[in-house]
Write a protein that binds this ligand. Structure first.
Ligand code: NAD
Length: 258
């Protein structure tokens, strides 16, 4: 079997949190194109159902949408239960849901701080932990968390102390889980995207005006497209990445290189 065939995900089951749109949606499309059944997990159930429906129709795989707030342990556990009841197993878990707040550190309220940390870090912990419990029982599985280049640099000019801190936490959480599960068949990695053109960046009133400035700073002169994360997602979900765990993949067009 050639390498491309070995990278296929036929017969696998994956979930993607924040899968209704943006980066999560493009990851979900890629997983389905590679043959995986896909569960779209999102608070926005209407959009999640639309995404699940179009992915199933275009790729002939089974998809379902589950309304879940990743900050609520009981909803996350119910989501895992539904996945196992429906598919009998879980091969790949993309813990991707996240938000951003651009508020100067001295003005940020504790509630605002907690909201970002809750979704971006605790939400990743809860979904990765729920996936890991099932995967450890099975003795196999791949968890992929979405961090950010903001875990590595403090990108300017927007003030993002909570976002940057949450994403740095995701990398250490990923590495900690990877070490704990390394001998038990479960791999844990993360992807750190640079600026990608999604709802989060293109339609955020506070970020939209900064796009020209980012493009001017970017070594490639542009933002990334969420589709440009698809191949790394398929690689990490599948068996050809069997010796890859505890790694952070920066996909940022060299933004963090200077
Ligand atoms: P997006 O806003 O386009 O999509 C995020 C999705 O997550 C939405 O469908 C939303 O409904 C869902 N979501 C939000 N809160 C949730 C919750 N509590 N529970 C379940 N679902 C929830 O964002 P995106 O740009 O696609 O970002 C996806 C991930 O990538 C985030 O973790 C983000 O921090 C990260 N990231 C984005 C960029 C970028 O430039 N767009 C760069 C680096 C990292």
């Amino acid at each position: 079997m050639g390498i491309i065939e070995k990278m296929r995900l036929d017969g696998k089951v994956s979930f993607v949190t924040g899968g209704a749109r943006g980066i999560g949606k493009q990851i979900a499309i890629a997983l389905a194109e590679a043959g995986s059944d896909v569960v779209i997990v999102d608070v926005d159930i209407e959009e999640a159902e639309k995404t699940a429906g179009s992915i199933a129709e275009e790729n002939g795989v089974k998809t379902i949408a589950i309304k879940t707030d990743v900050t609520k342990p009981e909803e996350v556990n119910a989501m895992m239960e539904e996945i196992v009841n429906t598919f009998g197993k879980l091969d790949a878990a993309f813990c991707n849901a996240g938000i951003c707040m651009n508020i100067p550190c001295e003005e940020m309220t504790y509630e605002q701080w907690k909201k970002v940390i809750d979704i971006n870090l605790s939400g990743v912990f809860l979904t990765a932990q729920a996936a890991a419990k099932q995967m450890l029982k099975q003795g196999y599985g791949s968890i992929i968390n979405t961090a950010s280049m903001s875990a590595h640099i403090v990108n300017v000019p927007q003030p993002q102390c909570s976002y940057n801190s949450s994403k740095a936490g995701v990398i250490q959480l990923t590495k900690s889980m990877a070490i704990e599960f390394a001998k038990r068949g479960v791999r844990v990695n993360c992807i750190s995207p640079g600026y990608m053109g999604t709802e989060l960046t293109l339609n955020s009133p506070s970020l939209k005006p900064l796009i020209e400035q980012w493009n001017a700073m970017a070594p490639m002169g542009r933002m990334g497209r969420p589709e440009e994360l698809q191949s790394i997602a398929v690689y990490l979900a599948g068996d050809t990445s069997s010796f890859t765990t505890g790694s952070d993949f920066i996909v940022d067009g060299a933004f963090t290189c200077f």
